[in-house]
Design a protein around this ligand. Structure first.
Ligand code: URA
Length: 244
């Protein structure tokens, strides 16, 4: 790994802005390989140097993985000519890390979106062969059959004649004019859930992803907020990568 300035590395690792980390270093709170260094320009190897702040060892990881609670109205992309994209919600240091969304949620869909700069992970988790289950909370209007969960289980045929893989519909409320449910699907066709409910004679009015495989949306995140994945969530990510 090429050598990097200590202050830049600390800022990139989220320890503060460049001027905040410069202060930390000046105040003798940072150690490199056991020795206090007060020089922000000091060169370190991110992968091999042991760096601590106030005695807390920092662990460097080559890739970054964030959980975003995507608000409705924002596009799952890294750039767009006219509309707000999910990476516009990031601030430094994350806005400078080349992060991109793993897969897509429609503009009007909210909820769990993972952002990363790990192309291998994105590729393996999105591969149709992987069948990573994704769970959504959905509200739809329409007059649905009381057998709707069976229809989803048997495979809904959407427009174009494609028969979806078996999906699990956990009904929360079935009323005369609509439904609220949790739906788990293992594939990601374009507008899939909207098309599944359309095939049942209804229309999705609200859609929010609440789980991606074993990673559940952190309900303490307000819409638009991010957090780093936890160690357990990262373990699941490496399992997905290994299974490729
Ligand atoms: N299915 C949809 O219709 N939209 C999404 O955003 C995700 C799944």
């Amino acid at each position: 790994m090429p050598l990097t300035r200590l202050d830049k590395l600390l800022a990139d690792m989220g320890e503060g802005t460049r001027s905040e980390v410069k202060k930390l270093i000046k105040n003798g709170r940072v150690k490199v390989d056991g020795k206090t260094t007060s020089d922000g320009a000091f060169k370190v190897d991110a992968e091999t140097s042991a760096i601590s702040v106030d005695g807390r060892e920092l662990s460097y990881s080559r890739f970054t993985y964030l959980m975003l609670n995507k608000p409705s109205g924002v596009i799952s992309a890294t750039e767009d000519n006219s509309q707000k994209v999910v990476t516009d919600l990031l601030e430094p240091p994350y806005s400078k890390m080349g992060l991109f969304p793993v897969g897509r949620l429609d503009k009007d869909t909210a909820g769990l979106l993972i952002l990363t700069n790990d192309g291998d992970f994105a590729h393996s988790s999105l591969s149709p062969k992987r069948h990573v289950p994704k769970t959504y909370y959905v509200e739809a209007k329409g007059h649905f059959s009381s057998d709707i969960a069976i229809h989803f289980n048997e495979g809904i045929v959407i427009d174009g004649g494609y028969k979806c893989k078996s999906a699990f519909l956990d009904t929360i409320r079935l009323e005369a004019d609509g439904i609220a449910a949790k739906l788990t699907i293992t594939e990601g066709k374009f507008h899939q859930i909207k098309r599944m409910f359309k095939a049942e004679g209804g229309e999705v009015t609200f859609l929010k992803r609440i789980a991606f495989g074993e990673i559940k949306l952190d309900e303490s995140l307000a819409e638009g907020e991010i957090r780093l994945l936890t160690d357990d969530e990262l373990k699941y990510i490496s399992e997905l990568k290994e299974k490729r």
